[in-house]
Design a protein around this ligand. Structure first.
Ligand code: CTP
Ligand code: CA
Length: 223
């Protein structure tokens, strides 16, 4: 539908998209991660390309094939994702953070496999950098779009994230709802803009959600 109307509405725009989970190693055989499939971010990158834009995808490990003809950078940890984004940020028009970035990583990486003993052990976790927050602190002319993955207080939490991270739009999804969230091919989203206007959408394919997000972003073009 959208494609036929205005095929090249992203012509000249460079869009950096993060996708997938991050993986935070504990020792050579163990790690901490989350349930993100990467599908939402990959669909956004493909939608940008189909509308004439340049998409750059920075993704954690997923089971997805690299999209054809889209620059795809593979990372594992949140720190690697942060570094990759910081290298690219000065040459983009739009940033869309669809990745489920781990908030914490193990304080130390054990070079050898941790051996079992009869005692309980503690795993100390330390904060990872918040990529979106860092971009928002020094935003310049970039249009900044975040996701909010919640299991409760969806709208309130998403609104707080818009303000805290200086975002233009946030895509809020209740990941505990059937048909929404991390693993499937569909999602149920609310899109909230920086004036806190809320648009509520029905269950859609992640492809349609991607195009809907791109439609919403257009209101910030050339401002
Ligand atoms: N995000 C990020 N870097 C992080 C954590 C999150 O860039 N270290 C981005 C995500 O890609 C997403 C947005 O911030 O676009 C919100 O992520 P979310 O996990 O919902 O929010 P947090 O701010 O991490 O807060 P919390 O997990 O406590 O809800
Ligand atoms: Ca988080």
């Amino acid at each position: 539908k959208y494609l036929l109307l205005d095929k090249n509405d992203y012509d000249g725009k460079t869009v950096l998209v993060t996708a997938g989970p991050t993986v935070e190693p504990i020792d050579p055989v163990r790690y901490i991660t989350n349930r993100s499939s990467g599908k939402m971010g990959f669909e956004i990158a493909k939608a940008v390309k189909s509308r004439g834009g340049r998409a750059i995808l920075v993704t954690g490990p997923t089971n997805l094939e690299d999209p054809i003809d889209i620059e795809t950078i593979h990372v594992n940890t949140a720190c690697e994702m942060y570094d990759a984004v910081m290298k690219l940020k000065d040459n983009i028009d739009i940033f869309i953070g669809a990745a489920a970035v781990a908030d914490y990583r193990p304080e130390r990486y054990e070079l050898n496999k941790i051996k079992k003993s009869d005692d309980n052990i503690e795993l100390k976790l330390i904060r990872n950098p918040d990529i979106l927050y860092e971009l928002g602190k020094n935003k310049g002319n970039i249009i900044l779009v975040g996701f909010a993955a919640e299991t409760e207080n969806l709208i309130e939490s998403a609104k707080e994230k818009i303000n805290k991270k200086n975002l233009d739009l946030i895509v809020a999804n209740d990941v505990s709802m059937e048909g929404a969230g991390f693993s499937g091919d569909t999602n149920i989203v609310n899109i909230i803009d920086k004036d806190l206007n809320i648009k509520e959408y029905p269950l859609m394919s992640k492809t349609d959600v991607a195009h809907t997000i791109l439609d919403e972003i257009k209101k910030y073009f050339n401002l």
